[in-house]
Ligand binder design. Sequence first.
Ligand SMILES: Nc1ncnc2c1ncn2[C@@H]1O[C@H](COP(=O)(O)OP(=O)(O)OP(=O)(O)O)[C@@H](O)[C@H]1O
Ligand SMILES: [Mg+2]
Length: 254
Amino acid sequence: MAYIEIRNLSKKFRDNVVLDNVDLDINRGEVVALIGPSGTGKSTLLRCLNRLENPESGTVSFEGKKYDLTTKKSKSKRELRQHTEMVFQQFNLLKNKNVLKNVIEGLKTVKKISRDEAEQIAYRELGKVGMIDRLTHYPRHLSGGQQQRVAIARALAMDPQLLLMDEPTSALDPELVGEVLMIIKKIAQEGNTILLVTHEMDFVKGVADRVVFLENGKIVANGTAKEVFENPRDERLKQFLIKVKQLDGSEYVI
Ligand SMILES: Nc1ncnc2c1ncn2[C@@H]1O[C@H](COP(=O)(O)OP(=O)(O)OP(=O)(O)O)[C@@H](O)[C@H]1O
Ligand SMILES: [Mg+2]
């Protein structure tokens, strides 16, 4: 039994089948990079896992505790959501709250943790992402990279079993991408379990334990970065890698 098991996940928007019976295992402490062409269902997969979307079918198990991803019951949804946290492309910080309050909000309202304890957790997590000296700043006074680091601290503070990250660096100015990737690498090395959608292929090669290539709602490659990049057996994956290479000039052995 894997730490996290996703089974039969299907999602369509009207007659557009976006996820077609996806199965995916994730091991504890693993960083799984989800890659694939635009519109292939990567964001939808992440969003189904924390119930921002309603799939047609699917279950997810966390250490053997199984959840029906189609459930409409708010209690099950709430329970399910406690297992994951999402980091969005656009940071999604609360604009009218400062850095500290952004991090402690969920701890107080969802986890019912006392303010004192919530602050201790927030200091610890904000320390990890190098934002401890910005506690009273509002999001609008932070750079994109700083906002994303706060969003990461906020997610980690909730101590999720699975951290979902949807293109966490693609809304950033190029010079700010590195600082956020460095933080993600650090939290990966600390043993967090991460499912990450990204187009940063060099990062994927350096940090991901496993690469999953999604195409037309199906997983068509699943292996180590070396296996997936150096020996892409699937023609669609090959074409995708060639295209990425043309776009960003990264080095691939194909
Ligand atoms: N709320 C929605 N209503 C209707 N169609 C949607 C909705 N959200 C996504 N889709 C469609 O589902 C498909 C998958 O979208 P998704 O955002 O998951 O792709 P993606 O792989 O994340 O793409 P990108 O790399 O561009 O972010 C697309 O065809 C998209 O148009
Ligand atoms: Mg997307």
